[in-house]
Design a protein around this ligand. Sequence first.
Ligand code: FE2
Ligand code: FE2
Length: 295
Amino acid sequence: MTPVNKLSQAEINPLKSLDEWEDAVLERYPDPESIATSKKTDEYRNYDTPVRDTVREFYRLNHTYQTYAFVQEKRADYLKFDKKEMPVWDAFQFLNQLVDDSDPDTDLDQFQHLLQTSEAIRRDGHPDWMVMVGLMHDMGKVLCLFGEPQWAVVGDTFPVGCAYSDKIVYPEYFSNNPDYTDERYNTKLGVYSQGCGLRNVDMSWGHDEYVYQMMKDYLPEEGLYMLRYHSFYAWHREGEYEHLLDDHDRDMLKWVKLFNPYDLYSKNPTPPNWNELRPYYQELANKYLPDRLRF
Ligand SMILES: [Fe+2]
Ligand SMILES: [Fe+2]
């Protein structure tokens, strides 16, 4: 295993853009409604083959390098929130620097995805804090702009410090992870205790935990679960890790499940009209967020 600080460019950013990972998730969990109505799922997808090699390579790196120690190191660094501070709307512009201009017909920019997610939530009449969750849920992807490799920003998340579920995509790549043979971390419970609750579990490092920590004083608990676990597919889609859950997690699961389809299935080639929507969102941000966000 190459030390993390000696990785080549190809090992830092194996994907052409972050959206490639999300497209692969969509491939794995297609929209049941579009199947039922035989609406063409191609509308959402931008490739034909089941999984691109770049996505496989992405997961190989993610599973190899997301060790318990790596997660502790990233938490200690990023959860100080001492990197940057800016007004809320500047933060969306900052995030949008992630646009991948090497691929002209790539997906909408990050802000459009956030807005489409929040608008779909709003259309269905959910509480306004959930609209806010939709708007903020991928803000943590700014980690890429601080130089983090793609596999430490996106990807399905999973608990570190205990045995991996074989329902996590490409479980075979975990055998490359040093924790796999470390007896502190490779038992069913590892460093945790039975039913300890997810709040006591460290997840692989990425945009979910980061945005949760950024928002934890501003949104209700249900919304915080949506942010924190939206990429924890092994839990909310596959029902794994029961041994780590407590009753509160079991109670919150329905909220995480409620959010997921808005994230996965709200993509639409037509961008929302921001000028029309702006007053609503300004008021919403005033209600829930501080004037400036810290990164
Ligand atoms: Fe996300
Ligand atoms: Fe998303």
